[in-house]
Design a protein around this ligand. Sequence first.
Ligand SMILES: [Zn+2]
Length: 232
Amino acid sequence: MHCNICGGTEFVTLKKRGPVRCASCMSLERTRLLWLHIERLQVQPGWRVLHLAPERGVYQRLTQMLAPGNYTVADFDPTGYPFAPDCVQIDLTCMEDWPSDHYDLIIHSHVIEHIPATLAYPIFHLHRMLKPTGTHLCVIPFLPGDYDECFGLIGKNERLRRFGQSDHVRRLGTEDLHAHLGSIVTLPAVPDAREFFSEDTLRDANIPESDWSGFHIGTVLALRKQDYKLSL
Ligand SMILES: [Zn+2]
């Protein structure tokens, strides 16, 4: 068993989740599943890739794989990524100036639950920014129960209670998935990593079996541009 991003073989135990954090690149089980998908897509040096809230190990690998200037890493607060001095600022509530039909691949993990804008807004713009052949790879934390969101000043404790983390503005519930994300993009009925990867590959990358299928905090969605459903 090893980290498929950096090759590390030591894993740090997290509460309730077991030894899932790579001691070398800090990747989590969802980051390693994300990386399996990135490899599956056979990223070419000439691709233009946008990576939001970049994970260190993925950043280092993609920086090596992509031609200079083709890899854009961005976050609302770039100072949070000292390992990525080229990280630029992006405000996912204000995306009109970003180019259309531009990126071959857009990647983000655990970002959407932080964005204080109508859910369809960042999803629309990210799909607008994809080339017609592009892929939107995202990890969205799905939680049991129903959708909930609030952009108001409700305090950290209330955010923790309602959304599971003190800096989240929404929870994406699995019970009414069709009424929120599922009304914006075409979703698989039941995501299953085994459609793409063998069980041995998943085990070798230290991705626990509980993460292989269904909608949960580590679900990786591989959406195509045309999976956006609300076009005029
Ligand atoms: Zn690693």
